[in-house]
Write a protein that binds this ligand. Structure first.
Ligand code: UD1
Ligand code: UDP
Length: 387
């Protein structure tokens, strides 16, 4: 079989991390079969949101960086579509690989499907059933533009079936006859691969931050519903600060630039108070290896991030989720993730409960065997063999 040309599209921080799992599996097992072209839309561009991951996770530099940057949804997505279309027409790949639910995912799905390039969607089928989330619209539209859909969980697979995708479809697969798979999660592959490396390469990271193992809580907040609604952001942070003081425990917060911007522009006095509080450590976004260390050694996690919710499970840490609903519903059903929205009473209740003993909590293997990237690539190759 001739080598296939796979166009890999990334843009936001978690997609760069996800792409490293695929790139690593291509290098290890399929370098003769698959030629990878990496396109970075430039959705994230600060070194700590983008460059650091290419260096640390040994991903080759993007063949194309569209340099789109930040803008409102329509403008940002349309600039991405224009740029991706040009690359597609020049490169004529055999297929286009997309991750997750960002504007970069949607732009890739629209540009590729309209030019009839088969779209492959990793993290297909996740749903929050809340269409006021930009990501929910991106997910639905990307899934319905795809030819191969890799669902990471049972719930995601069932969501696809209830939207009319049929597991019994047989080849040749097309956008009108798509194939859905239940796989694991490539982020679990990454955690298994990088956890040991993080310990070796970042041995003194916790010490540098004066953090003591099991004696701090990791907090991340970046979801637009929390950062752009100032009242919500204020309620969350005021509640967490009071709990840290009451329970005598440090909160370490590697904050996304959009959260810092909201704090600096709309909540200046709270921002100053947080900086003065000895229990709060606001730090810039950290590298993936640093994040792994923070997750692995913390007492618990408070987050609105999709990726960090799952990583709490990989590292067997209870998790408070600052959202009304989640796509990773198995974690909530398992009792180890608690949905609290931005409700001070619920945050307090779960915080206090989870600060206590967690020896009764269990963390079953929901996310595969750590070889999901390999499985996905094999299935992609199979699609071309059967053609
Ligand atoms: C995006 C995704 C979200 C994902 C998140 C991962 C969409 C709609 N949202 O949200 O699903 O969870 O990435 O982190 O695609 N900014 C910087 N520097 C950067 C990047 C962003 O300062 O390198 C600031 C800008 O002010 C920008 C804001 O962050 O306006 C938001 O960035 P954007 O990429 O639009 O959305 P995210 O919130 O990062
Ligand atoms: N992450 C990181 N540094 C940080 C915050 C997050 O490396 O300062 C990693 C995190 O471990 C996870 C991914 O980024 O793998 C999650 O990205 P994010 O929370 O930005 O987006 P989401 O998963 O919600 O789309």
């Amino acid at each position: 079989m001739p080598q296939i040309k796979l166009l890999n599209i990334v843009g936001a921080r978690p997609q760069i991390i996800k792409a490293s799992a695929i790139s690593r599996a291509i290098r290890k097992y399929f370098s003769k079969d698959i030629a990878e072209i990496l396109v970075h839309t430039g959705q994230h561009y600060d070194n700590e949101m983008s460059g650091v991951f290419f260096d640390e996770l040994e991903i080759h530099k993007p063949h194309y960086n569209l340099g789109v940057g930040s803008a409102k949804h329509g403008r940002q997505t349309s600039m991405m579509i224009t740029g991706i279309e040009e690359v597609l027409l020049k490169e004529k790949p055999d297929c286009v690989l997309l991750y997750g639910d960002t504007n970069s995912t949607l732009a890739g799905a629209l540009a590729a499907s309209k030019l009839h390039f088969p779209v492959i969607h990793i993290e297909a089928g996740l749903r929050s059933f809340n269409k006021s989330m930009p990501e929910e619209l991106n997910r639905i539209m990307s899934d319905h533009s795809s030819t191969l859909l890799f669902a990471p969980t049972n719930a995601a697979f069932k969501n696809l079936m209830s939207e009319g995708f049929r597991p019994e479809n047989s080849p040749p697969y097309t956008i009108d006859n798509p194939k859905i798979y239940l796989t694991g999660d490539i982020m679990y592959d990454n955690t298994l691969f990088f956890a040991g490396l993080a310990e070796k390469k970042k041995a003194s990271f916790l010490e540098q931050l004066s953090l003591i193992r099991d004696n701090y809580i990791l907090v991340t907040i970046h979801r637009d519903s929390n950062t752009d609604d100032v009242a919500r952001l204020e309620e969350i942070l005021v509640t967490l600060k009071a709990l840290a003081e009451q329970k005598d425990i440090t909160l370490v917060m590697p904050l996304h630039p959009r959260t810092i911007i909201s704090l600096k522009t709309k909540l200046v006095s709270l921002y100053n108070e947080l900086w003065k509080c000895r229990y709060i450590k606001i730090i810039p976004p950290v590298s993936f290896l640093e994040m792994i260390l923070l997750e692995k050694n913390c007492r618990m996690i408070v987050t609105d991030s999709g990726g960090v919710q799952k990583e709490s499970h990989f590292f067997r840490k209870p998790c408070i989720v600052l959202r009304k609903e989640t796509e990773w519903i198995e974690l909530v059903n398992n009792g180890t993730s608690k949905l609290v929205d931005a409700d001070p009473e619920r945050i307090e209740e779960e915080f206090i409960k989870l600060m206590g003993s967690h020896s009764a909590l269990e963390y079953p293997g929901f996310y595969g065997d750590g070889k999901t990237a390999e499985f996905i690539l094999k299935e992609i190759l199979l699609m071309f063999e059967k053609e």
